[in-house]
Design a protein around this ligand. Structure first.
Ligand SMILES: Cc1ncc(COP(=O)(O)O)c(C=O)c1O
Length: 374
């Protein structure tokens, strides 16, 4: 066995990130403040969105958006089953019903026609996922959605472009900066949107319902009083996290280029192996951010394959256990028929992919897989 463990993911952090954090700590203002404002401005500019709001997590963002849209009892929200359970949890916690649309077996992206089939008079939102960093087919989804709000789950998709523009530039989009993601703030997230009134409401709900930012209320000779017209949550990001995010965002092109190079090595060097399906690519014009490299294991049981990788000290991930199969989802909503999701979900496995991965490590992963499946 090789002594060096190759993890599935590792954040790409260096001296600049450390210095940025030290500067914030020295400044005396460490929670939400000017650094969050700077990250919001830079992120909006990068994605082409009108406005961006920093958050404590992507999950918090989904909670706020569902709440601001007034989604609750008797409402339905359409989303794929191959997604992180946090989205489904938030739908259910809001009192609404998750309605699962099938994905395309090859790309694992939600199929617009499968969304269309499931629209009813109760449908209050559609949440496509830009899975693994590939964009969902937004033109098709938007034309099907008509007046139904579309919330883009962009957790995997910083640096994902669809037909020449960054995803999420005009709809509501929710990003995650968890350490596995292409850029990280340790924990954290972002909502982007173009409706000023809606974003103002989200901003209010993000911090107790208090109108004025704390860093302004506690500034020199300012008025510390406030009123609350509607109770809110505490989902703000700190300036320590935002300083990290600002440095990371500056490096996004470099980070995604390295990710893309690793993905291309996998695509080229694993192509000739029997018993393995490589990730399918959407046919429309796009830039993939290669957040994940998800293969399907065909010629052996996935647990046995995972065991063999583990024996060789190689990490892996599972993105994601299908949500319609989670115990509580089955208990509440019964069995749901999703043929392509079912066909894929028992076979998928995420291979190591992160910017600090050495050429030797990439070779080791490829050779190990060849050996296991030979
Ligand atoms: C597809 C997807 N949606 C939402 C989330 C939630 O993001 P967070 O962990 O920042 O709450 C994740 C995070 O793993 C994700 O992968």
């Amino acid at each position: 066995m090789n002594d060096e463990f190759i993890p599935m993911s590792r954040p790409y952090l260096g001296r600049e990130e450390i210095d940025a954090i030290i500067d914030v700590v020295k400044s005396g203002w460490i929670t939400t403040g000017p650094k969050c404002a700077e990250l919001e401005e830079n992120f909006a500019r990068y994605t082409g969105a009108l406005q961006a709001l920093t958050l404590s997590s992507g999950t918090a963002g989904m909670h706020l958006v569902l709440k601001a849209l007034g989604i609750g009892n008797n409402d339905e929200v359409i989303t794929p089953s191959i997604t992180f359970a946090s989205t489904v949890n938030q739908i259910v916690l809001a009192g609404a019903k998750p309605v699962f649309a099938d994905v395309d077996y090859d790309t694992l992206l939600v199929r617009p026609e499968e969304i269309e089939k499931r629209i009813t008079k109760h449908t209050k939102a559609i949440i496509p996922v830009h899975f693994a960093g590939a964009p969902a087919d937004m033109d098709a989804i938007e034309s099907i959605a008509r007046d139904i709000p579309v919330i883009e789950d962009a957790a995997h998709a910083v640096g994902t472009f669809y037909k020449g523009r960054h995803i999420g530039w005009k709809n509501l989009a929710v990003y995650s900066f968890h350490p596995i993601k292409n850029i990280t703030t340790a924990e954290g997230g972002m909502i982007t949107g173009s409706d000023k009134d809606f974003m103002a409401r989200v901003k209010l709900m993000r911090f107790h319902g208090i109108e004025r930012d704390a860093w302004k209320r506690y500034g020199r000779a300012s008025d510390p009083s406030y009123d609350i017209t509607e109770p809110g949550h505490k989902y703000n990001m700190t300036d320590i996290q935002a300083a990290l995010g600002t440095v990371q965002l500056r490096k996004i092109d470099q980070i995604n280029e390295i990710r893309s190079n690793i993905a291309n090595r996998y695509l080229n060097e694993l192509a000739s192996i029997d018993g393995l399906d490589l990730p399918g690519r959407p046919q429309y014009d796009h830039v993939h951010s290669w957040h994940l490299f998800v293969v399907k294991i065909l010629s052996m049981d996935r647990p046995a394959f995972m065991e063999a990788l583990a024996r060789d000290n190689i990490g892996y991930g599972l993105h994601f256990p299908a949500c319609h199969r989670l115990s509580y989802v089955r208990r509440l909503f019964g069995d749901i028929d999703l043929p392509e999701t079912e066909a894929a979900s028992q076979k998928i496995l995420s291979l190591p992919l992160y910017p600090g991965m050495s050429d030797e490590n990439i070779t080791r992963v490829i050779e190990t897989i060849k050996g296991i499946l030979a």
